[in-house]
Design a protein around this ligand. Sequence first.
Ligand code: NDP
Ligand code: 2IT
Length: 447
Amino acid sequence: MKSNIEAFLDLVKERNGQEPEFLQAVQEVAETVIPYIVEHDIYYGRNILLRMVEPERALTFRVCWVDDSGEIQVNRGYRIQMNSAIGPFKGGLRFHPTVNMSILKFLAFEQVFKNALTTLPMGGGKGGSDFDPKGKSDDEIMRFCHSFMSELFRHIGPNTDVPAGDIGVGAREIGFLFGMYKKLRNEFTGVLTGKGLSWGGSLIRPEATGYGTVYFAESMLKTKEEDLNGKDVVISGSGNVAQYAAEKCLQLGAKVLTLSDSSGYIYDSEGIDADKLAYVMNLKNVKRGRISEYLENYPHAKFVKGKTPWEVKCDIALPCATQNELHEADAKMLLKNGCICVSEGANMPSTIDAVHAFQKAKILYAPGKASNAGGVATSGLEMTQNSLRFNWTRDEVDLKLKSIMSNIHDACIEFGTEEDGYINYVKGANIAGFVKVADAMLAQGIV
Ligand code: NDP
Ligand code: 2IT
């Protein structure tokens, strides 16, 4: 006879067979949450997980725009409104050529649990486009964002759905999107987060995902009476999350050895210090260059083309680039080299087999929905400040971020501690997130 988990996954596969990333995200949740549901009468037999894997609404739309040479371009826009049981849909927009239904549904599904973990009143959603921002001029980015928002504006609002950034969507894109929303609606509201400071943004929002990922690593290390001071850290990615994860590691006395992009990784055996990181930030955020250009200023470093940094010996690994960037063989290599802690800044960067390898070795391993929740949590704080029409100081927001990350860690301990004392952060995060959303769904009835 099939187990409850297998039967559930077969059903989800039947309906979503063409969506491998979504099925992967659902499997990871089902493996830990179904045994919990079976043991708890209030959830059993109510098809709550089946309701959670079906988006409340999934939109696709045409985005036409004119490039600098006068050619008409056509992209596809999406917004997945996954679950609004505990608050308005909330989650980022991703602009990347690989964007499709599967990727956005996995991200939206993860977001539901992540947002619940923050304890703030936010449902889950995700959106974006297969538009590739690489190599586009600022004017092309503006025309694309304006066209994208000329449809999306009908479906979002400060009490309905509040998008933000993700891969390929940063401060520049949020500005253009906000400008068009404001024009079409004729109202100035907190409909997007990650806004500029002078027009409704929050201090610490740009830093929050990376900082939060490192705060979470600190909490995990503390359970072993360890900290970041003097540790060797390997980071993937060189975008928003990776940059601020690196900054916080440096502030806490760790040595950052690598950064990467989709072309390969750089390894600086002397460590990427604050000056070198400032160079990277300018290279990536202003010049919009490639990480290999690091060597133009620091020729002693190595650029390893086409590879991910997991082969570099380290104490702590922070995957901060994209989904499925860390495979089982990478996990085994990290373990062999003595890695004791993995805190995910990206969403689902480790494959299921890689996660199982970390757990089997009983190292400290946190899934993105727990460890990278600082970004959306600070988006929630931006929404609060917008509603209050008031801004908190940098220290006030940072303190709240720290406290939220520490509470998420506590929730993982509460729901994820196994009989032998090992903290299964995947189980903890999934069950803690599930309970909050499921209770709200039960209270609201079959809608
Ligand atoms: P950015 O666009 O700022 O940076 C993305 C980085 O990841 C770049 O270095 C990029 O390299 C690399 N990357 C992207 N796609 C791939 C790929 N297919 N293979 C290898 N490298 C890739 O995005 P963010 O830093 O904002 O996002 C990084 C991760 O963090 C994502 O998984 C995102 O979902 C997650 N996240 C982001 C949050 C936020 O607040 N921004 C919040 C929580 C999670 P290249 O330039 O070559 O594409
Ligand atoms: O994956 C994520 O949590 C984000 N991209 C941030 C979402 C948000 O609404 O700030």
